[in-house]
Design a protein around this ligand. Structure first.
Ligand SMILES: Nc1ncnc2c1ncn2[C@@H]1O[C@H](COP(=O)(O)OP(=O)(O)O)[C@@H](O)[C@H]1O
Ligand SMILES: [Mg+2]
Length: 358
């Protein structure tokens, strides 16, 4: 069966009303699916005045959901909760989230609450600046739950064919269920935010239809779903009601000190002047990822020069290199680079500055 395609929502309609309209349409379809058990009903909603190009031309051998799902593979979680340094309240919130997930079978199945709430929600959204431990936390939760992690980012589900994005979303949720895994949707910014800027109408349509599909899949999915976003301040209303937001801040001095401690393995030979306290003081404004990158950079440089121990000045040099690389990026941003491009370059720089001559 073809998806319902609703288009032509006027762009003059104020966003809150448009969002409400989208949400109600999505709910209607979602309810129809639940009541009839007919999972074929799909919906695409768009503000475009013309329908999108139909699925890829000439394809008669459309892969079904299982075939598509074969693309998505789970992994063993790489990190544990003990490795995560976050404010006490956030730690508490994460622990609560894990407890709630553990209690779901008792409360909803044994105690029968599924009769009144067939879709208990375990969806979380980790938001905050890059490099603050969101990915680490997703792994840690899966690890604590004793489940594998199915990690996917926007790029893994988008498709150049209209209509394929939503099918990939469905396949992704299918794969998550298949392997009883924790589903981690990274870089979910564009999927969770209300308004889209700087996109052509075509890609706006594509994102909107993926977003709709995610909502439908979230409704039906029994399992843990974690989203991660950098700062989104404009969440789609429909997500607001389904997702619990947990904020990952940049680390303060005490948190940086603890992160430094966790990033200096016992076997790493250090001179006596190295202390996590002093390193925390020297890295104001650093995120956890910056600290990790600095440790790797300093250790590699020391190893290359044949020295036996990493001294405070080696860390200091790596800190300076990271700050310099960042200022370089900032300069490029001032000449008009898009934030996404900036972040990409920053990533390349962070990965490569260990290989350049000092
Ligand atoms: N809060 C934190 N506690 C401990 N280590 C951290 C933290 N934040 C970042 N790190 C370090 O930086 C690495 C990258 O962090 P990541 O979880 O990928 O950040 P995000 O997903 O928020 O961009 C982690 O694997 C870890 O080594
Ligand atoms: Mg991440």
């Amino acid at each position: 069966m073809d998806d319902l395609y609703i288009h032509g929502i006027p762009s003059t309609l104020p966003e809150p009303e448009a969002a409400l309209l989208r949400t109600r349409l999505l709910r209607a379809v979602s309810e129809a699916r639940n009541e009839t058990g007919d999972t074929e009903i799909g919906i695409l909603i768009s503000s475009a005045s013309t329908p999108p190009v139909a699925s890829a031309p000439g394809r008669t051998d459309e892969p079904d959901v299982e075939e598509r799902a074969a693309r998505y593979r789970v992994m063993t979680p790489l990190w544990r909760l003990e490795q995560l340094v976050v404010p006490a309240e956030l730690h508490e919130e994460l622990a609560t989230a894990i407890d709630l997930i553990h209690l779901e079978p008792l409360v909803f199945d044994t105690w029968g609450l599924r009769d009144i709430e067939p879709f208990p929600r375990s969806a979380l959204n980790f938001h905050g600046p890059p490099g603050t431990g969101k990915t680490l936390a997703a792994h840690a939760i899966a690890n604590r739950l004793g489940k594998p992690l199915l990690a996917a980012s926007y790029a893994d589900i988008e498709s150049k064919f209209h209509g394929d994005g939503p099918k990939n979303v469905e396949a992704l949720f299918h794969a998550a269920k298949r392997d009883e895994s924790v589903l981690f949707l990274d870089e979910a910014d564009s999927l969770l935010s209300k308004r889209l800027t700087n996109v052509t109408q075509g890609s706006e349509q594509a994102i909107n239809s993926m977003r709709s599909q995610i909502l439908i899949c979230l409704e039906r999915h029994q399992g843990v779903v974690i989203f991660a976003t950098n700062l989104v301040n404009n969440y789609d209303e429909a997500f607001e009601t389904r997702v619990r937001h947990l904020y990952f801040p940049l680390p303060d001095h005490a948190a940086r000190e603890a992160i430094w401690q966790r990033h200096l393995p016992e076997r790493l030979p250090l001179t006596d002047d190295v202390s996590a306290h002093a390193l925390a003081a020297a890295t104001e404004g650093f995120c956890g990822r910056d600290i990790k990158n600095t440790v790797v950079d300093a250790a590699l440089q020391v190893a290359r020069t044949g020295k036996e121990r990493v001294a405070f000045m080696d860390f200091q040099a790596a800190i300076t290199r990271l700050i310099t690389a960042r200022e370089h990026v900032r300069g490029m941003k001032e000449i008009g680079l898009e934030p996404a491009e900036k972040e990409r370059i920053e990533g390349v720089l962070a990965a490569s500055f260990t290989n350049t001559e000092p």
